[in-house]
Design a protein around this ligand. Structure first.
Ligand SMILES: Nc1ncnc2c1ncn2[C@@H]1O[C@H](COP(=O)(O)OP(=O)(O)OP(=O)(O)O)[C@@H](O)[C@H]1O
Length: 507
């Protein structure tokens, strides 16, 4: 899909490569990431970006590519960091290896604010992360920007080839997006990226791949699997959606999920496996063992329900498939999502029976696609919920009594956030249990009960998170209601830990 007039980003292994793709799409063009070995298969791109990478061009196994083939595309090429050094060598210049790494902010001074630097300030901050630098420039090469020491940080070799030493894709490069935009403007034939066109292509692709076979998919009630299920329905294929109730869901979650799917017109099979999960978890207090038990049980229950699937659809997203590791060989080897690649799925994949239509999209693009598919916003804006469910909000042993307490506290907290218009302002919020008994007074009696912890965080990508300064009225009303209504809790705490060092969940 999209193998012409797109922006091909060739991955030399930088930790930021994924962000380049993201930024190009933000600018309204379709970009696709390719491992270096995939260079012969990049189709007919309208522009090419060579990413940075951890290697030095002087290393014997430094990644390389066919320069003649690159020139033959006859489209604008931008080399970033390693990409720029490689291009300088290809044009006949040299690169100086250095064992000192330049890492952090630097000042960018464009020679002239035209071309790549059209509309860019005379001085702005950029982000560096490199050790090698270009040394000798080949004939005809121009320095189009330097840093505060007068060192060249941006080159132009001819009308087609440009290089930058810094990383325009990170937000610490303050005008990086403008520079990328200027580069893309050099291409005369980039197709704009519209989610509606993409939706149509996805639907056509699904129809073609699936034909008359039955497709099974697991739905959690979360955004990815919901969008996937609706996409399959829109494609008019024979789909069976399975929802597993693992007994670790929030209050009334099974009903909410069923109701949401009714609203969007997708039938789901609910498998109530709560007894099986809770029995398997009984008495286990170790966080890692709990996760394992839940993961394995999910696979068992899910595949029992699937039976002999003709095809399986999964909501695997782009960040799950693309390489971020510097030396990953192929995309498939770095799939992060745990149950997206269990043995059974690999087997089906080898037979061409796994469908992953969202694999080219980022999370917020999935939400956009969801909107284009007519999925109501309240479903698309639901907070993320962890796969192991309330188990990770219940440190130590999990049982029905503890889960019921969490459910009640959580429902009260979320209810108050919604009532005060704060649900959509936070990335994720929940109430958990701290199974430590403390002394209190309830009515005329001394109480000796557990505490609940309220957590509300903002985050861009779940990698880092900050606690939210909620209005005190929300905390007060939540605390009051919980202390009055939830048996077993006599203390309410608000978690003011950032991630890192704390995680969003407690286990
Ligand atoms: N309770 C469940 N019942 C059925 N399938 C599930 C369930 N939980 C997870 N899955 C399946 O496993 C996939 C990965 O689950 P995970 O918890 O990692 O959520 P995710 O990748 O954020 O997706 P989503 O947004 O759909 O929850 C889901 O997309 C879904 O297909």
């Amino acid at each position: 899909m999209h193998d012409s007039n797109h922006v091909a980003v060739l991955d030399f292994g930088s930790q930021y490569t994924q962000l380049i793709v993201r930024r190009v799409r933000e600018l309204g063009y379709f970009a696709k990431l390719y491992a270096i070995e995939e260079f012969p298969d990049i189709g007919k791109p309208g522009a090419i970006i060579l990413s940075g990478g951890p290697k030095s061009t002087s290393e014997v196994d430094a990644p390389d590519l066919d320069f003649e083939a690159l020139k033959a595309f006859n489209v604008p090429v931008l080399g970033v960091c390693y990409g720029m050094q490689l291009l300088n060598i290809k044009f006949g210049g040299t690169v100086q290896a250095s064992d000192r790494r330049e890492y952090g902010p630097a000042n960018l001074f464009p020679a002239e604010c035209i071309g790549l630097y059209e509309g860019v300030s005379a001085s702005s901050q950029v982000w560096m992360s490199h050790s090698d630098t270009v040394k000798v420039l080949p004939d005809g090469a121009k320095v189009i920007a330097s840093n505060q020491h007068g060192t060249p940080v941006s080159l132009q070799w001819n009308e087609q080839f440009f290089g930058i030493q810094y990383h325009p894709e990170v937000t610490h490069s303050h005008e990086g997006l403008q520079i990328l935009k200027n580069f893309l403007d050099l291409s005369s034939n980039l197709l704009p990226f519209h989610i509606d066109d993409f939706k149509r292509e996805l639907i056509d692709g699904i129809r073609e791949t699936v034909g008359s076979r039955q497709v099974v998919c697991g739905v959690s009630g979360g955004v990815d699997s919901t969008v996937l299920a609706v996409l399959l329905k829109e494609a008019g294929v024979n789909v069976r959606a399975i929802f597993v109730d693992n007994g670790l869901l929030r209050k009334d979650e099974a009903q909410v999920v069923q109701e949401n799917f009714r609203r969007i017109g997708v039938d789901i099979d609910t498998v109530d496996a709560s007894e099986r999960f809770l029995t398997a978890l009984a008495g286990e207090g170790d966080p890692e063992k709990k996760r394992k038990i839940i993961g394995n049980m999910f696979i068992e229950v899910f595949w029992d329900a699937v039976g002999d699937a003709e095809m399986l659809a999964q909501g695997t997203l782009y960040p799950d498939v693309i390489e971020s590791a510097s030396n990953a060989k192929s995309k498939a080897s770095v799939i992060k999502t745990h149950h997206n690649r269990v043995a059974k799925i690999l087997e089906l994949q080898a037979e061409g029976k796994v469908l992953e239509p969202l694999a080219e999209l980022f999370k917020d693009e999935v939400r956009e696609l969801g909107t284009a598919l007519g999925i109501p916003e309240d479903i698309l804006q639901r907070h993320p919920f962890p796969g192991p469910g309330l188990s990770v909000r219940c440190p130590g042993v999990v049982d029905k009594e503890r889960l019921d307490i969490i459910r009640e506290c959580d429902a009260i907290f979320i209810g108050k956030l919604k009532e005060h218009g704060w649900y959509d302002k936070v990335w994720q919020a929940y109430a958990g249990l701290i199974p430590v008994k403390t002394v209190g007074v309830k009515g005329d009696e001394r109480s000796y009960e557990w505490a609940t912890n309220l957590r509300a965080v903002v985050s861009e990508d779940a990698m880092t998170a900050d606690w939210v300064e909620l209005p005190p009225v929300i905390l007060r009303e939540t605390s009051h209601k919980i202390l009055n209504e939830v048996k077993g809790i006599n203390r309410v705490l608000y978690d003011i830990s950032t991630k890192p060092p704390a995680s969003i969940e407690w286990e």
